[in-house]
Structures are given as C-alpha cells and as structure tokens.
Ligand binder design. Sequence first.
Ligand code: LUZ
Ligand code: MOS
Length: 755
Amino acid sequence: MKTMKNIDSFTHVRGESLFVDDLILRQDALFGLCFDSPKAHGKIKSVDYSKAEALEGVAKIFTYKDVLGENQIGGIIQDEPLWAEDEVHFWGQPIAFIVAKTEAIAKKARALITIEIEDLPVITTAKDAKEKSSFINAPRSFKLGDATNTFLECDYVFEGETFSNGQEHLYLETQGCYAIPQENGTIKLISSTQGPTAVQKTVAKVLGIPMHKIEVDVIRLGGGFGGKEDQATPWAVMTAVAVQHLNCPVKYILNRHDDLRMTGKRHPYNSFYKIGLTKDLKIKAFEVEFLQNSGAAADLSPAIAERTLFHATNSYFIPNVSSTVFSCKTNLPPNTAFRGFGGPQGMFVIESAIADAADKIGVNKRHIQEVNLLAENDEFSYGQIATQVEAKNTWFTAKVKFDLEQLEQEVISFNKENKRHKKGVSLMPIAFGISFTNTQMNHARALIHIYQDGSVGVSTGAVEMGQSVNTKMLQVAQLVLGISASKIKLETTNTTRVANTSPSAASSTADLNGKAVEMACNSLIERLTKVASKVLQCDEIDISIDEDFVFVGGKRSSLSWEELINQAMVQRVALSENAHYATPIIHFDKTKEKGHPFAYHVYGTAITTVTVDCLRGTYEIDSVKIVHDFGKSMNLGIDLGQVEGGLAQGIGWMTMEEIAYGLDGRLLSNALSTYKVPDIFSAPKTIETIPLETEGNDMAIKKSKAVGEPPLMYGIGAYFAIQQAVKEFNPNYKLKFHSPFTPEKVLMGLYSKES
Ligand code: LUZ
Ligand code: MOS
C-alpha cells in the first residue's frame, strides 16, 4: 500500500526545515538566559546581581519585581511563580532572567551572580511526601462494585508494591522562544510549544495585557512528547517580559544541560496493589493506591493523575475496583505530560499485579491476562461501557498470526539447551482512551482560504511536532476538496488565525483538527457546487469534484478547479471558511467520578521476546510482534512510524532510562553520559506490526484511529519478558516491580538468593 510521505520529509533531509533556532534575527535582538536555584528547597536570604549587571553587554536582569501583571504561570492550579520570590522549591527553579547582547555574555553574567539560601528540608520521593502529608491537591478515587468485600470471597489474594521511574522527553529541539516587539505594545512570539494558546494566555496574564496583544506562531517542533504541552510556556513568558521592558527582540533557547535540569519529566509513581482471583483465574477485585511524584507545583499533575485512574485496569474487565491517586508534592521540578500521560504508569501496576499472582499461583502470566480481557459492554471503573472492543480480537489474532505456540516451544527448548543465556516471552495488551479526559478541552478549529488561483491554505490549531499531523490535515483537505496535494499548503499554527486552541496532545490532534478541516472543506464544496451548477447548467446533486475537475453524473466535465474558483470570484462567492468541531457524546461528572469521557478506545497486543545474558545481566530484545487496531488507517506509513517510535520510547522507559536525583534534590542523570536512552543497538532486532482490520470509529478522523500514545505501552511487555528470563535462570528470584529493569537490576535478580 502506497501512502503519502510526511510533507516535511524533503525539507527535513535537506536541513531546510525551520525551527525557532533557525530564524534570522532582527539586528537589535538580544539573548536571554535563566539564573536558576542551586538548591532544592530553601529561603532566599539574598541575591547579588551587581557584578553581573555591571558586565559590559548585559541589558537587564529580570526578576519577579519586573512583572507588571501576575507572577503566576500555573495552568490547572495557580501555584507556580514564573520567577521565585522569597523561597525556592526545586533545584533548577528560575529566579532571574539575564538579557544580554550575546549568549556568551549572558553566560558570563550568570556565573557572577551570588545567592544565599537558607536550607529547608528536601522531599524527593512520593512516599516521603505522603508521610509528611505534602500534596498538590485532594486525592481522587474511582470505584466499581465492592472490592473490599469481594476479596473475602476470592481464592487467591496478593498484595505488593511497584515503582516506575520518570522519563526525560529528550526532544531533539530543546525548549525555546523568539519574541519580537510589534506596534503599540503588541508582541509576536515564535515558540516551540504544543500549546500556542497556553503561551498566549500566560504571557498576557504575566504582562498584564489583553490576549489580543500577543500573537503566538509555531512553525514546527523538533519533538514534544508532552514536554512542551505546558512547559514551553515559562521561557516564552520570560522573553515576552523582557520585550515589554526593553522593546527589542529577545531570543532564548535552552542548552541541553539547562533543559535537563530545569524541566519536569514523566512522573515517577510508587504504587500499592491488592488483587483477588478465583480458582479459574478470573480477577474479581483490584485495589490500588498510586503515589504520583508530582514535583514542586501542580503543572498538569492533576490531569495526569486522573488518566492513571482511567487506565488502572488496562484492557481487562474487573468487576470490583477501588483506585486512589495522591499527587504528592516534592522538591523536584514539576513533573509533566509525557506520551501516555499517566496511563502507562497505571498499566504497569495492573501488569505487575498479574505477574505477581501468576508467579505465586504457578501459571504463565498470559493465562491470567487472557481470561480477563475486556469484552463488549463491559463496564470500566469510571462508568463508560466498552463498545467496539478489540481486546480479544488483537490478542487472539496476535497468538495465531505470530504462531505463539511455536514461539513458546522455541523458547522452552532454547532455555533447556542454554545455561548462560535465557529467553523470556511476554504478551502485552493495551486499551487506551481517546479524548482529553477534561471534556471541555475536546474542540478544534480550522480556517481555510481558497486563493483566486485555486491554491489552498489550511490553518488549524494542530501543532506539527514530527508526528505528521500536517500531512494528515492535507490528506483530509485533499479528500474532501477533490484536488491534488500540490494545490494545498499547511500554514503555521498561529493564534491570530486559529484561536483558543487546546494543546496538540492526548493523541487527539488529528481527530479534532481533522474534523474541523473536514467540516470547513464540506462547506466550501457546498458553495462551489452551486457555482458549478450555474456554470454547467445542471443539478447540484449531480456535481462532484475530483482530480482537479468538476464531474457531472460521474463524468468529467471541461470545468477545471481553477476555472471553477475563477467563476466563484466572478459570482462573488466566499472562498474562505472557518469551522469549529467539538467531540459529541463525551461527558464526565467529577462529583460522581462516572461518565463517558472517551470518544473511543484503541486496542492492541504485543508479543515481546528477549534474551538475557546471565553472566553479564545484559539483554537484547529479540523481537516485538504487534497486532494494532488502527481502525481504517488513513496513512499506514505514518501510523506504523508512530507504533515503532512509541514502542522504542516505552522500552526505553521500562528498561534503561534511569532518572536519578540526589537526596539534596539535584538531578544526577543530568547529561546523556549519565542518562541512557534507547539507541539502534537496544532497539528490538525485529518489529512486526500487523494492522487489525476493523470498522474504525466515526469519531476518528476518516475512521483512522488515534495512534500517538497507545503504542508506547507495548514497551511494558519488555519488562515482563526480561523478568521471565531472569526467573528461568534463577528460580529463587523473587519478582520485583521496580522499573527500569536495568542490567544492574537484572544481574542482582539473576544471583539473588532470597525467596
Ligand atoms: N493532556 C491533557 C493530555 O491535558 N489531557 C489529557 O487527557 C491528555 N491525555 C494524554 C496526553 N495529554
Ligand atoms: Mo501529550 S502527553 O502532550 O499528548
């Protein structure tokens, strides 16, 4: 099947694609740099800027005292100052912003600033925070049935603890913004953000001016992964404050070290579970407490905590569920959105509980998984009734198409014949809910201009960040308008063309913005059909547009697209259209914690095979074989790319990416020499993805299901495949659920004697 290439691929490979750092600057542009806290928690006794300010080439050093509006950037909860005032709450917290003639001068100036901080106690773990009742907000709980009493009737009940670590986004393009003064106090910002409106709104608030004075333009991002959903904002606001005072352009691009130190990451979670099963391996009750390590401010933590609860039972039906999440306030940088948004953290716990139960009962984990898979009309713990469920379909298709029986036989004989190397296999089903869990965020707009020569410009609220959303938007416009791709251009994402956007996030960007494009194009076609019927003297009903021509009764007429547009101009017909789409059906009642928050779910199953070197503790991922529910994919090339990229990121999170903070709250894994990310050598030797042919869903754009986040969770399979291999070698190994499963931990597991 031939699919359209990412429309950016040509400029990408030629190095011609523009990012913030590529822009030609105005001659009077200055450069910004953050001065951030060298302590994780304390009272600021004094800061001496005098030497830095005296340095030749330093224009000004900004602090909270220079804020004319509010010194507040918190999105969900107003608990985060742009610049620290009298206390600091995490290592790397912005305190001041140096603006100078060159980046080098700004850097020199930063080294001349001295600060005195009186230490306060530092909390780095969620457990510690909970003990000290240090929370971001009140806990949330979902309930279905009666877990407490059901445990009494279960044949097996197991309890345990899990930990999953954070994860660095490592977008190739670091955070940054270029802000340019316009007339009358207006500022234009070119920002690397997933949320142009979030930037616009927060800049307006901090500067104390209306939103219409702020224009945010986004060309594209060199990756976001959630890291630029909320946390692209502070840097943009800092440059804007500087522009407000200095009236000349200011650019700030974080270097990698500063970016790693100052920005939040995926939330580490400490969790406690209790799982109850009957003799026939049916899970009857599940109780879970999630401790989310939120960091020093709310950021998106409450929303991420909520999604953890939504995915606490993954793709299983459990009739009695009691789940609670605490957003624990610690002295780390505020943790934030990361592909999956708390969902992966939730799924890791139920998979751990099942692995624990299987080990103790003495069955293969997959037997428990298989008999508990979600079926049509099952109820999720939050009240949504599952429909168009593909859990069993993907599971059994994977088993058959990839010949699981044969694969398992090979592993058994390999393990019999080999002492030093052991193999493990795991199955990982996924079910991921599509929609922002906050119902009111599920909307988007598109603005389409047909120019008088017949060429078309498409603006939406979607931000291109390498996920190819622009290519999909172009495909939608092309399909509805019936013209060739070369006639359509995707414009930058700009708040003056498309306003009040939700961030490009939640795997929903193509669905929401694509539906708006579809609606706008349909309106244009309606008008153009009237024009064509006048010109060709025929019924509107017989008219269609395809291949750049008007068709009448299915037959190509002599009226070309260009001539049709020319005639529309002559008849003074509007050639621009703006459309608004809001996802129907979805709703959620937070007072009851029940509703129907998701437009639909995406399903899939991955079979992961690994080989562990039992002398060294190292391992290789032999293969990952996936059956994935794309619905009716509108671009299989792009969608397969999302599956493979998500998988690699998930495997990295589960096996090697180890965020480490000192007890003093300092980031120890602060460079790529101390933070291992997946590379070509750690990638699975083979990845096979079979698209499951399904009906798709009407709320998915062109029935092509959302694909951004769900595949990340296939990576969880790697953890359990490695665990199985370790157990093969060391029957005394007591299962631990503490990710990432680094070679060090594997080695300890291989030779541990506890049991
Ligand atoms: N962002 C958000 C997200 O604000 N709400 C969500 O539900 C979500 N889900 C996934 C990723 N980002
Ligand atoms: Mo996201 S985790 O910005 O969809």
